[in-house]
Design a protein around this ligand. Structure first.
Ligand SMILES: *[C@@H]1O[C@H](CO)[C@@H](O)[C@H](O)[C@H]1NC(C)=O
Ligand SMILES: *[C@@H]1O[C@H](CO)[C@@H](O)[C@H](O)[C@H]1NC(C)=O
Length: 730
């Protein structure tokens, strides 16, 4: 809606209903068509309309923009240790009292409140500022919330009216989680400590979220067939009003213009109100430009690996060993160690083990080799098992290369990389009766290089907004163990009657709540910091080297900034970054002006009337004060200047000097080269000039990267590092 005054809830609802009524072509009560009336995230509403009514609505005065409802997808016992969180007196957990008093709002598939991770033993009382509710529904009543899970709501109006929703959805009409995803992500962010957690014996240890002292509020916006933007916006609308500190969104799709992206639009309002919005970058890597949720006010999280593996080795008949991973509990494999015949179908989908392509006569009692494809990894195992196969080897293809995810399969199975798959198939062609056995090696920690970038993690540069480097940060997202509904098997398949309290999942969905939990530790220690300051602390202290002290890898090569952003989150440094790059809401608006957004597009996002011409005149050479730097050389441009402003949050009397590693083909000059701060929260500006010494041919793109670091003159552990990306567009 065009109007931006903020009347009372009821007046606004009446206003929405009267506008809706004017566009209806029947005599119906407009409230029967209204899905949501939004108040905090935007001024607007969601309604179900015919095409003709839509035309009328578009022409109604007071209506600024109309968007179709979109469907988005949802994309441990150990990761806290891997990240260096522990009980040291000066550590982030002890200093923040485990994130005590903060509230993390999670938009997801719901929650399984009985999971031991959501117990409220030793949790402080519900914060006074909390205004949310525990919404009752199917198999869910208000008494299921406690001092850990302080709120739960559900939103399904958009889902229900969608023409693609089958008529009889089999899931709880309540905040209860029917899929497991939301239970997993919320326990990763803020689950309490649970001893003796494991997935069928794998990865055993003490499970713990990143901020065990923080409270959780679940906003169930995702259903079995996806998450509708109208429901997402309704969840954000309430989360903003309820008083959360952080909104964690492990869902998304492909990049959209910001004024059509409901997460970006709702996220702007949340950010303005001091709420940090943290989102998954998406699982569409390693394709370039695949990063989603890339609004500059959102913290965008990619995924990395841990150094924990679940080896399941294939010992082929000719003696070769092929290294794979699986969480199948080896001791339950009656054929463990026994050699079986190998088969691989080569036609009509049998190579991918599609349902209906495998015959009992051919595969009965054998180890079936299945190529990865588009069907689910665990589902393939189900097909092989139903068709009489004894075991399965999932073989990566050229698309998946060496990506490994340890799945909990329904039959003895392992997954091998592309190079190994080639060797296995070569052996199978070399003999009439190829044989193999699978040896399950349990849980192995510390033997492999980590972190590495997860192959599936979506990559920059951002398409809609290339002047901001995205993703911002990477965090553990491969083989993450976290809480799981007790009535679902680890595969999530209805036939699976194994029962687990914890399960393993991979995705940027798992990486996002790690950062949400860590952000709440910062919020607990520095309640007055803005969302941008908290993000800056996370980014400028990130690691760019792995546990061996070598560059973080991405497959076979060192990772680039479009895969890692600022680097791998390091919670042991985030509470004390020294300096931060702060950003006010007005500056995001000026940034939208530099992107060439129109007045009404900016109004849709920011709910402000902005004259970009004036704004840019007032802010000459405007650059958004982002903690990373993205420089674009277009056409014949040879020189570019950017500005930044640092705010002291470290020791009062401090001098920092700059160190630069210039991207190849670019000269970098920083002025001034040293900054002296005399008190807390003092800000100082600096400028950076980039001069390119090369030109790029027409129709070509070229990239280079470097970094810029402000180092404290005496206390050199204060290192404020910003990655630099340079893009030449020919
Ligand atoms: C709420 O649900 C729990 C678990 O299903 C049940 O034990 C309890 O009696 C219910 N309470 C009320 C007030 O209905
Ligand atoms: C395979 O197809 C059959 C017949 O349609 C069906 O009963 C079975 O559930 C399917 N199996 C899987 C794993 O989808």
């Amino acid at each position: 809606m065009k109007n931006n005054s903020t009347p009372s809830f009821n007046t606004r609802l009446q206003c929405h209903l009267s506008i809706l009524q004017r566009s209806l072509l029947t005599d119906e009560d407009p409230s029967s068509r209204l899905l949501y009336s939004y108040h905090s995230a935007i001024n607007g509403f969601a309604a179900s309309l015919s095409e003709d009514e839509l035309k009328v609505l578009r022409g109604t005065s007071g209506v600024l923009a109309v968007h179709p409802d979109r469907r988005l997808q949802i994309q441990t016992t150990y990761s806290y240790k891997f990240l260096g969180l522990g009980f040291a007196r000066n550590g982030a957990w002890v200093q923040s009292d485990f994130g005590k008093g903060t509230i993390i709002g999670i938009l997801d598939t719901g929650v399984w409140p009985e999971s031991p991770s959501f117990g409220d033993h030793r949790m402080p009382p519900v914060p006074k500022k909390w205004r949310g509710i525990c919404q009752a529904g199917q198999d869910f009543n208000a008494s299921l919330c406690n001092r850990k899970l302080i709120g739960a709501r559900f939103y399904h109006k958009g889902h229900l009216v969608s023409p693609t929703t089958p008529s009889s959805p089999t899931e709880y009409v309540s905040p209860r989680d029917a899929s497991g995803h939301g239970t997993h992500t919320s326990s990763t962010a803020a689950g309490i400590s649970v001893r003796g957690a494991s997935v069928l014996g794998n990865g055993a240890g003490e499970a713990r979220g990143m901020a065990p002292g923080a409270h959780i509020a679940m906003y169930k916006v995702c259903w079995f067939n996806g998450c509708y933007s109208s429901d997402i916006l309704a969840g954000m609308d309430d989360a903003i009003r309820d008083g959360v500190d952080i909104i964690s969104v492990s869902l998304g799709g492909f990049p959209l213009p910001l004024f059509e992206d409901s997460i970006a639009i709702g996220g702007f309002r949340a950010t303005e109100k001091g709420i940090l919005v943290i989102c998954a970058a998406g699982n569409n890597g390693p394709i370039p430009n695949s990063v989603a949720n890339e609004a500059p006010w959102i913290t965008t999280v990619g995924a990395s690996t841990l150094d924990r593996r679940f080896p399941a080795i294939v010992r082929a008949g000719d003696g070769q060993m092929l290294y794979g991973q699986s969480m199948y509990p080896g001791n339950q494999f009656s054929d463990a160690g026994r050699e079986l015949e190998l088969v691989y179908g080569r036609s009509r989908g049998a190579e991918f083990c599609l349902n209906g392509t495998l015959s009992k006569a051919k595969i009965g009692g054998k180890i079936v080799v299945c190529d990865r494809g588009t069907t689910g990894r665990v589902l393939k195992g189900e097909v092989v098992k139903e068709s009489g196969g004894a075991a399965m080897i999932l073989a990566n293809t050229e698309i998946n290369l060496e990506e490994d995810s340890a799945d909990v399969h329904v039959l003895p199975a392992t997954q091998i990389g592309y190079a190994e798959a080639i060797r296995l198939k070569r052996y199978m062609r070399s003999t009439r009766r190829p044989m193999a056995r699978i040896e399950f090696g349990g849980t192995v920690i510390g033997k492999s290089r980590a972190p590495e970038v997860a192959l599936f993690s979506s990559r920059g540069p951002s398409l809609t907004n290339p002047s901001i480097l995205k993703p911002d940060i990477i965090a553990p997202g491969v083989n993450i163990i976290a809480a799981w509904p007790e009535n679902l098997g680890p595969t999530g398949l209805p036939e699976d009657n194994r029962r687990v309290d914890f399960n393993v999942l991979s995705g940027t969905s798992m990486a996002c709540p790690h950062v949400s939990g860590i952000a709440s530790l910062i919020r607990a220690v520095h309640p007055q910091w803005s969302p941008a300051a908290i993000r800056s602390a996370i980014m400028t202290t990130a690691d760019t080297i792995d546990h061996l002290g070598k560059p973080i890898m991405d497959g076979l090569k060192p990772a680039g900034v479009f895969a890692t952003g600022a680097g791998h989150v390091n919670p042991s440094r985030v509470l004390d970054p020294g300096l931060v790059y702060d950003i006010k809401a007005d500056e995001y608006v000026a940034h939208l002006c530099t992107l060439g957004y129109t007045r009404s597009e900016i109004f849709i996002i920011a709910h402000r009337r902005v004259n970009c011409h004036e704004t840019l005149l007032k802010n000459r050479d405007f650059s958004l004060n982002y903690p990373s730097i993205s420089v674009i050389f277009k056409h014949e441009m040879m020189r570019k200047m950017i500005k930044r402003r640092l705010t002291n949050v470290g020791p009062p009397n401090s001098t920092y000097s700059v160190e630069v590693v210039a991207p190849q083909g670019v000269k970098v000059i920083v002025r001034p080269m040293s900054l002296t701060f005399s008190h807390l929260y003092q800000s100082k500006d600096y400028r950076v000039w980039f001069t390119t010494s090369k030109k790029v041919a027409k129709e070509r793109m070229d990239y280079a990267q470097g970094h810029l670091t402000w180092v404290h003159d005496h206390q050199i552990h204060y290192k404020v590092r910003s990655p630099i990306s340079v893009t030449w567009i020919g």
